[in-house]
Write a protein that binds this ligand. Sequence first.
Ligand code: HEC
Length: 145
Amino acid sequence: MKLNFLILFSLIIICSLKLFADDTKLVKVNNSFITKFEYGELLYNNPRGIGCNSCHGSDAKGKKIVSFTHIYDKKKYNCALSVPDITNSEYDIFFKKINSKKNPSKKFSKEQVCEKLVYKANIMPAYFLVEEEIDALYYYIKNLK
Ligand code: HEC
C-alpha cells in the first residue's frame, strides 16, 4: 500500500515535471517569436553603428539619398546614390553583406559608370554582428508589413 502510494506519487511528480517543461518550452517559443521581431527592430534602427533605417529607410524598401553629376572620360553622368530595397534579399547575401568591409569585385559594363562608382565606394559600413543578431534582423525585415 505504501509502495503503491510512492509510485503513484512519483508518477505524478514526473508527469507534472514533463508538463512544466512543455509549458516553459511553449512560452519560450512564444516569447522568442515576439522578442525576435522586437529585437530585430531594435537592431535595425540601432545596431552597433549607424542605423540601417537611415539608408535603407524605415520600411527597408530603400531610397534615393542624393543625386550628383560625375564626369568621366569628358562625359557628364547624372548619377544617383540609391540604396537598395532589402526586403527581398537572400539570406546568404544578407548575411555576408552586413559584416563585410568591401563589396566583392564585380564587372560593370562601360555604360554603368554610376553603378560602378556607387558600388566601389563601399558606402555601407561594415558591422560586427553575430549570427543571432543577423537572424533577428533578417526576420524583422522579412516580417515588415
Ligand atoms: C550609409 C548607408 C547604409 C547603411 C547605414 C546600411 N546600408 Fe545596407 N546598403 C547600402 C548601399 C548603398 C547598398 C548597395 C550598394 C553596396 O552594396 O555597396 C547596401 C546594400 C545592402 C544589402 C545588399 C542588398 C542586396 O540584395 O544585394 C543588404 C542586405 C544591406 N545593405 C543590409 C543592411 C543592413 C541590415 C544594415 C544595418 C545593419 C545596413 N544595410 C546599413 C547602404 C547602407
